[in-house]
Write a protein that binds this ligand. Structure first.
Ligand SMILES: [Zn+2]
Length: 871
């Protein structure tokens, strides 16, 4: 699964960016800043554990589940599963007299065993977690038996987990089960990882257990179904239901078993002779190919790269409502959260193709070969994260891919700065705790370094060897090491010990000196962390127009290396490609950095140079701004342009008119919305004193990108919110729905009473997090107006929200608004009460105000009770 949960992400951003009364939210968000990459979940909860973490080895295998057959129907209203599970079982290494199966919260109805020639109803015990079945005859090695269990599962009643990447543990979810939620489709879908599928069928719910499967799904005829394997047939039962029969002959792990049922549009594509289908909401039927259309090309790319063809029956992807993770790599039947359903306009600012690539790459690393225990989860997730990089190099080029690889590094470093740990961890509390930036981002970067260590050809040969040797089995890191060692002839024990079992990373400072007599470059590498790391790192050296590369081996805390050169170098740099998992500071004179900036062929090298120069007090500002401006004009990679634009702000003695011209031209013509958006921000900073300068920002309101529009709106709002209102009428239209919250913020900041109409008209337009934001804006608007009519309207609209909103956080924001109104009425009452004499009119007013306060107090109390009940 990918790392983040979308809802948590939104909530995280919300808490960072809005009101200060966060204690009302009641959730801790540690170690986050606005600069953090968008991987915000799993970060809380884990830092206060005082007890030593328990040791959790791979589960001992007593039995081997060979085959699973499920026959399922559903009570949608009651959120029940009516199941019959038949498992074919053998003893694993020793004869067994007891079979233990995972089954959480079932009502068991009937159990039957067929063993040899006899069939019988066995004795069993059940503690709502595990069924222990006492066999009438020991199950000898090489013998098999069949156990059939009829049951009712009620997954919704299972306790919620507190995991990171997964927000609940019930295994199977019913969406809008009673059909009462207007506009919400009825769906049933599963989420098995980690050990959650035992919430809806009995089996051995461990990743090192693999089996083939058949699933019969009896569903309402108006619904479609999806599961792993091939759809063998569908039969109409003549009673408004249909039974779909799905079969997968190849073995996979229990957590990858998947079902989904609901009303979906199916868009059909193919790769070679395999079906590749996209199950989406009907309104996205016409867009499914834009969202998922690169999937066949990815299947071909990964199959060729690994010299191992995609091994499963088909590749379908389905988008479900309210998914509890980002996406999940169920074998041949991937589930995505509905955030992947973007409109073409949203896609202008970036897609979620990395998630699509990640889930597909799992079909080799995760589904075909599977981490044998959660301690080894990086063997799945590190590879899937690296799969995103491989696809980006192939499709979008090295600069784009390096940019993402660098985001992975930053994500890892931000987690490691708070909570460093080894990649492979056998000590942990909950399996879900392991789905973090170490297992994903550090894991991916370590795979990349392994590739650099053995070289491209041997690395991909090694991966193929690893896949072939372990296909349909479970693995640990040793399997990968042995495969790589066998193919490469190298000893890699040190690499795996260091990167998979040791915490941290090198923190390095580098100094250079050049002996101009002998033209030799001295590179002094000093490692600042406690114990030295061993690594190989590229040194790039610019001489005239060419760039030399030398690979250096560093294995001491203080290492000095010499490189003989034929001529004097104009620049030199370590790891210009950004391959290393490290923190590095290079001490070089300005000119070496400037030459690197001008001559590096990689955006990563240019970005490194700009970041270093920006931090240099003794830079040559005059030269530097020329280089920066030339980067803005050239056909540079978008990130280079973006950083160059931002770097202008720090240049002393900047030629402002030249910079403005360059930025204005980017805003008008650059293809990448990130660049246009950033250029707007820089231009704003350069011209902030000039109140009459607003044309580029107003013109940008016609841009096609939401990202650019948000930038422009934010700038106009901060310059003069009341002036900005003149330009935002169009953003209340349907096509700009995405921006409605920006208009509410602008109205709120201006605080003109004429904006009341906007708030009244849009009060019920939002739900969830958006409603929270809107309620805050409405409240701030009322505070600013400080007017009874506005407060009356606030009470009318937020009163409804405080009682009716489905999410607790938007109800809280509504109650906060009501409290503000109550304070206003009280202040007015106090003014009247303080008067020595009041007229009869004033007496009447006082009575009205007191009445308002009384009924408002009652409403607030009622809302709070409601809140406590719910939460
Ligand atoms: Zn994943």
């Amino acid at each position: 699964m990918p790392f983040y949960s979308y809802l948590k992400l939104l909530l995280g951003l919300l808490i960072i960016s809005t009101i200060s009364s966060c204690q009302l939210i009641g959730k801790s968000q540690k170690g986050l800043s606005a600069e953090d990459p968008i991987v915000l979940d799993t970060m809380d909860l884990k830092f206060s554990l005082e007890k030593p973490l328990p040791y959790r080895p791979a589960d001992q295998r007593l039995i081997d589940v060979i085959h699973l057959e499920l026959d399922l129907s559903f009570g949608m209203q009651k959120e029940e599963v009516y199941g019959k599970a038949t498992l074919q079982i053998a003893s694993y290494a020793e004869p067994q007299e007891v079979l233990t199966l995972d089954a959480r919260g079932f009502e068991l109805e009937k159990m039957e065993i067929v063993q040899g020639d006899s069939s019988y109803n066995p004795k069993y015990t059940y503690d709502q977690q595990k069924i222990r079945i006492y066999l009438a005859y020991p199950l000898k090695l090489k013998d098999t038996l069949e156990v059939s269990i009829s049951y009712i599962a009620r997954p919704t009643l299972l306790e919620k987990g507190n995991g990171g990447a997964i927000t609940s543990s019930q295994g199977l979810y019913f969406i809008n089960s009673n059909g009462n939620q207007e506009g919400v489709p009825q769906q049933i879908w599963s989420q098995g990882e980690t050990e959650y599928n035992s919430g809806w069928f009995p089996s051995v719910d461990k990743p090192n257990e693999k089996f083939s499967q058949e699933i019969f799904l009896t569903v309402d005829s108006s619904f479609v179904s999806l599961s792993n394997g091939k759809l063998m047939y569908s039969s109409d039962n003549g009673d408004g239901t249909r039974t779909d029969y799905w079969k997968q002959d190849k073995e996979h792990s229990n957590y990858l078993v998947m079902i989904a049922v609901g009303d979906f549009a199916i868009v059909k594509d193919h790769w070679r002779d395999l079906d590749v289908w996209y199950f989406v909401d009907h309104e996205f039927e016409g867009l499914a190919n834009e969202i998922f259309g690169n999937t066949p090309e990815m299947l071909e790319f990964y199959s060729e790269l690994l010299h191992y063809d995609y091994p499963w029956d088909k590749y379908h992807q389905i988008v479900v409502k309210d998914f509890v993770s980002g996406a999940m790599e169920n074998t041949g039947a991937v589930i995505h959260g509905d955030f992947v359903q973007q409109t073409p306009r949203e896609m202008l600012d970036g897609t979620h193709e990395d998630v699509i690539a990640h889930e597909l790459f799992h079909h080799w690393f995760g589904d075909l070969i599977t981490a044998e225990s959660w301690a080894q989860i990086t063997m799945n997730e590190g590879f899937a994260t690296y799969g995103e990089y491989l696809w980006q190099v192939r499709k979008y080029g090295i600069d784009e891919a390096s940019y993402h690889l660098n985001l992975d590094l930053e994500a890892y470093l931000s987690e490691a700065s708070v909570s460093p740990k080894s990649l492979i961890r056998y000590h942990y509390q909950e399996a879900d705790d392991l789905f973090d930036r170490h297992s994903y981002q550090k894991g991916g970067r370590v795979v990349h370094m392994l590739r650099k260590e053995v070289g491209d050809d041997l690395f991909f040969q090694g991966l193929n060897h690893y896949l072939v040797q372990n296909e349909f089995k479970s693995v640990e890191d040793d399997h990968l090491r042995l495969a790589m060692e066998e193919v490469s002839g190298m000893d890699l024990k040190w690499f795996f010990d260091q990167w998979y079992y040791r915490e941290g990373h090198p923190v390095v400072e580098v100094d250079y000196s050049i002996d101009s007599a002998s033209n030799s470059l001295e590179v002094r590498v000093s490692q600042k962390q406690e114990e030295a790391f061993k690594f190989h790192v590229n040194c790039s050296i610019g001489i005239d127009d060419s760039i030399l590369q030398r690979r250096l081996c560093v294995d001491q805390k203080d290492d000095t290396l010499f490189i003989d050169l034929e001529a004097f170098p104009s620049w030199y740099a370590l790891d210009i490609e950004g391959d290393m998992l490290w923190q590095v500071k290079e001490n070089k004179p300005y000119l070496a950095w400037e030459n690197q900036l001008k001559n590096s062929r990689l955006s990563s090298g240019k970005v490194m140079a700009m970041k270093a120069i920006n931090a240099m007090p003794d830079r040559d500002n005059e030269h530097y701004q020329k280089v920066l401006l030339s980067l803005l004009e050239n056909r540079e990679f978008w990130l280079t342009k973006a950083i160059a634009g931002a770097s202008l702000l720090g240049v002393d003695g900047l030629d402002t008119s030249a910079a403005m011209l360059a930025l204005e031209s980017l805003i008008r013509a650059d293809k990448k919305s990130d660049v246009r958006s950033l250029a707007l921000g820089v231009l704003d900073s350069l011209t902030v004193q000039d109140v009459n300068y607003s044309k580029p920002f107003v013109d940008a309101l016609s841009d096609s990108s939401y990202m650019v529009l948000r930038s422009a709106l934010s700038i106009l709002m901060n310059r003069d919110a009341c002036e900005a209102i003149k330009h935002i009428e169009r953003f209340t239209q349907e096509e700009y729905k995405e921006l409605l919250l920006w208009t509410s913020r602008i109205h709120s900041k201006c605080g003109a009473q004429t904006s009341l109409k906007f708030f009244e008209e849009n009060a019920m337009e939002f739900d969830g997090v958006d409603a929270y934001m809107f309620n805050n804006d409405f409240t701030q608007f009322a505070t600013k107006c400080d007017n009874e009519k506005v407060y009356d309207s606030l009470v009318k609209h937020l009163g409804k929200a405080a009682l009716n909103e489905s999410s607790w956080w938007s109800r809280i924001s509504a109650v906060q608004g009501l409290e503000m109104a109550k304070a206003y009425y009280s202040s007015q009452i106090e003014i009247f009460e303080a008067k020595p004499e009041v007229s009869s009119d004033e007496t009447e007013r006082l009575a009205v105000l007191r009445n308002k306060r009384v009924s408002l107090s009652a409403l607030i109390e009622e809302s709070k009770e409601f809140k406590e009940d719910e939460d």
